[in-house]
Design a protein around this ligand. Sequence first.
Ligand code: SF4
Length: 241
Amino acid sequence: MKSDLLKFNRGNAKLGRDIWTFSLPAGFSCPGALECLSKANRETGKITDGADTKFRCFAASDEAQYKNTRLQRWHNFELLKGKSTAEMSELIQASLPRQAGIIRVHVSGDFFNQFYFDAWMHVAKCQPLRTFYAYTKSLPFWLRRIGDIPKNFALNASRGGAHDELIAKHDLKYAEVVFSTKEAEDKKLEIDHDDSHAYKSGKPFALLIHGTQPAGSAASKALSALRKTGWTGYSRKAVAA
Ligand code: SF4
């Protein structure tokens, strides 16, 4: 890709066309990933799961399947890496689609360092009429700025990461992947179907297991059981919390 600007995508069936999304390579940009950690090789697309993977990252599966998706995410990552907060903020703002009112930061990927996290917070402050939201496992970056998160940026701690203990300790709003509707009920979590819990509600919520799961894993068995009840999963490119 030749452009010097970052690439955004328009929402899909799950998210709705009013939501725009921004993504980075799954796993490679996710310092807090643990139970979800999977990576698609940049060249071949071959998937490698992490040592602690319990459910495979949906976004990595997507990259394995679609070369253009992989190329776009690496294009974005390469443009951001090594830049200062001010440089990244400037680049993001120059790249934001004019009509984007709601922006999901990362369908794939995560805040890969503090400068990058701060850049997005700065973007939100400079763009008060737009709504931003993200799922993240990069909790230390969030906590370092906990008193200074712009009101128009909704952050959701994504359970299953390397810093989960910080969620209860700091009473962070969180999202959790569950294997069944019963598990969500037992945990008193509403199931989100369209990301509205992520950018509107202030309460924790659940996401049903989705994507392509490693054969024979508990996640794969749970997914088969859900499909028998009619669950078809979230749309492609919709979720990688
Ligand atoms: S689920 Fe999210 S945090 Fe985990 S590897 Fe995928 S993109 Fe990264």
